[in-house]
Design a binder for this molecule. Structure first.
Ligand code: 4AD
Ligand code: MG
Length: 461
């Protein structure tokens, strides 16, 4: 049952010709010929617009139709007929056109010409009406739905982890503080003692630690929500507020973790290929040539595993000069990550067993002691898409790692408790959802795949 009437996406695919319909949307363009006007109406339900033909004989032709400009919102009643024009099978022969809202032509910023993505960022409230941002929004929605489908079909249980937390999962000190105090009140040794939670709280940098709690009661869980990092990285791949998808699996090791992550990425790419054909076609044509072929390969070909040590050796022997010099023990930069995918493997790469020094306390220490059971999935054009690991399930090893990282063991007593009472091997990962949307759409800048990007110095609406 359609609760809110017909949308252009339905009409273009399902509606039989010569039936009467009512559509509502925003005017993209108006073109007049001798005896009629052609209106291009878009309602955001799909990339295509519906061509509306208005005969000069209709009642308000001169008073209204001739004054319509880009951006006006309309309700059109009419008959759907076979279109003689190229590129469309049907068009709407209007019998009545109602203007729901005029759009002042002198100031409406969206015109028929192509606008730069930089300019569109300055009008976050209107850019969803453009082809590019409209398509990103639909692809994002399809991917989000597919995330839930994948995990629910695999028997995972969704857990809503908190946005406000007192634990810094990544230990990187990138938490935004949450306070109800006025800045002038902060003083003394324990400024947060008088605060809302009686201790320092912040916006979550990851739902992982809480997801681990539920993995150790429900086996397979996932959390999917906003995540915040006060890192001052003004790059095309970093946001201060982004969405992260984090599954956590009990009775699972690093190999199982890698298998789930690869299967999930393939499932998500496949969903986009199946359900977003027109939108991906737009990106393929205007944003990233060859996108659909590359996504099809990602769906169909195995990812390439390599250890961190193998990755560093490969990079050092490549003869390629990098901006950031590399040695065993240094973190891989985006340029290294991209080189591995784009030049070496020509496929997504799963790098495993990173040095323990450059990874957080919760990752399981490998035998030998200087690497951890970590895995990052790297993809072309972006670099790191997924970061995950097997977790340290041994109480003593974990406590030692936490101490070495400078964590207050009392504050994390609950996390250690999980290793005292029925501890099990477990693993999980985090996928940066905007990076996935970038990967699937080919959009260069992460600010263009989230509706309201938050970056250092910028949170306009
Ligand atoms: O590698 P990260 O920091 O891993 C974690 O947070 C783990 N606790 C996840 C887990 O094991 N449950 O972040 C995971 C992913 C990265 O691979 C990247 O895709 C994305 O989150 N990410 C960001 N995306 C946009 N902006 C940022 N500032 C990001 N930081 C990380
Ligand atoms: Mg990472």
């Amino acid at each position: 049952m359609k609760l809110l009437g017909q949308q252009i996406a339905d009409i273009l695919t399902q509606q039989p010709v010569d039936s009467s319909v009512v559509v509502q949307g925003w005017l993209r363009t108006r073109r007049d010929t001798g005896a009629c006007s052609f209106l291009e109406l878009n309602d955001g339900s799909c990339l295509k617009s519906l061509q509306v033909v208005v005969d000069e004989g209709i009642e308000n032709y001169v008073s209204t139709i001739k004054k319509l400009t880009t951006g006006c919102s309309l309700r059109v009643h009419g008959i759907l007929v076979t279109s003689p024009a190229k590129g469309q099978t049907v068009e709407l022969q209007a019998s009545e056109v109602e203007v729901l809202g005029w759009a002042e032509p002198a100031t409406y910023p969206l015109q028929k010409k192509r606008h730069s993505l930089e300019f569109l960022r300055s009008i976050a409230h209107l850019r969803p009406r453009t082809n590019a941002l409209g398509a990103v929004t639909r692809v994002r929605s399809v991917l989000s739905h597919a995330v839930h489908r994948f995990f629910q079909e695999q028997g995972f249980i969704q857990v809503h982890t908190p946005i406000i937390t007192t634990s810094d999962c990544e230990g990187a000190g990138e938490m935004f503080t949450v306070t109800s105090l006025e800045p002038s009140v902060f003083s003394g040794n324990d400024p947060f003692g008088q605060d809302f939670f009686g201790r320092r709280a912040g916006l979550t940098v990851s739902g992982q630690l809480q997801a681990e709690i539920f993995a150790q009661s429900h086996g397979r869980v996932y959390t999917f929500g906003p995540t915040f990092r006060a890192e001052n990285s003004n790059t095309s791949r970093h946001l201060a507020e982004f969405w992260m998808l984090e599954p956590e699996m009990a009775f699972c090791d690093l190999t199982g973790d890698m298998q789930v992550a690869e299967a999930m990425i393939k499932f998500l790419v496949s969903a986009a290929l199946d359900e977003c054909g027109d939108d991906l076609g737009l990106f393929d044509q205007h944003v990233s040539r060859g996108l659909i072929d590359r996504l099809t390969q990602v769906r169909d070909q195995p990812f390439v595993p390599m250890t961190y040590t193998e990755a560093v050796d490969t990079l050092l022997q490549s003869g390629q000069s990098f901006e950031y010099p590399l040695h065993w023990g240094s973190d891989l930069q985006a340029e290294h990550e991209r080189f591995l995918c784009e030049q070496v493997a020509k496929a997504p790469v799963i790098v495993t067993n990173y040095p323990s020094e450059i990874k957080p306390f919760y990752m399981r220490l490998d035998d030998g002691g200087n690497t951890v059971a970590a895995m990052d999935i790297l993809v072309a054009g972006i670099g790191e898409l997924v970061g995950g690991s097997q977790r340290e399930e041994r109480y003593d090893v974990l406590a030692g790692r936490m101490q070495a990282s400078g964590l207050n063991l009392e504050e994390y007593g609950w996390y250690l408790d999980l290793r005292r009472y029925g501890s099990v091997p477990h693993a999980g990962f985090g996928l940066g959802f905007e990076r996935l949307v970038q990967f699937v759409t080919g959009m260069q800048n992460i600010r263009d795949v989230i509706a309201f990007p938050r970056t250092p110095g910028s949170a306009p609406c």
